[in-house]
Design a protein. Structure first.
Length: 195
């Protein structure tokens, strides 16, 4: 058995453990709410708009960068990685999946829900460090929900966490580089005027 097949084997075992043995009907409604965008998109949109229009410069920058990070992770995951890797969702591939929502598209790696949640968590934690435990807890719940509702393997969720984090970190690094460059340009202008 090659390494990829071995990883997929253990990923399937972990999925079945979480989706069948750990999952409980008492929690099903909770996982459906966490995983379904229509339940939480409106409140998040209101918070985003408040940051954009009523917040200060830092808040507007956070709103812009979180949108860019989510957009980048979503685009890379959905348009490049999912069709390129072609891993089939467990709800299409396995028998007896506890499926609590629509199975969705055919491909599963990476989980875009997990990628987008982590892109937001990393970006927002950069600007609002004292709330980072809430951002990451929420992102983790979103990722876990994808397993409990039966549409993603744990490896898909982990891949989404990594993708979202990398997209956010790259944007934050570029942002820091631009600020650093701008400060140096301003300093050079000030030094030139004083000559």
């Amino acid at each position: 058995m090659n390494l990829i097949a071995l990883l997929q084997h253990y990923d399937t075992i972990l999925f079945q453990f979480l989706n069948h043995l750990v999952a409980h009907p008492l929690w099903d409604g909770f996982w459906v709410i966490i995983t379904t965008q229509k339940y939480w998109m409106a409140p998040l949109l209101v918070v985003w708009l408040v940051l954009l229009w009523r917040g200060g410069r830092r808040d507007r920058l956070a709103a812009l960068l979180v949108l860019l990070a989510i957009g980048a992770s979503d685009m890379i995951g959905a348009r490049l990685l999912k069709p390129g890797i072609g891993r089939v969702r467990p709800c299409y591939e396995l028998q007896n999946v506890r499926l609590l929502v629509s199975c969705g598209g055919k491909h599963s790696f990476p989980s875009n829900h997990a990628a987008n949640a982590f892109a937001a968590a990393v970006t927002l934690s950069f600007f609002y460090r004292r709330y980072s435990r809430y951002f990451f807890s929420t992102a983790l719940l979103v990722g876990l929900s994808r397993i409990f509702v039966g549409v993603h393997y744990p490896g898909d969720v982990l891949g989404g966490f990594i993708l979202g984090s990398l997209c956010a970190l790259l944007l934050l690094w570029l942002h820091q580089k631009l600020i650093h460059k701008r400060i140096h340009l301003q300093q050079a202008v000030i030094n030139h005027k004083s000559i």
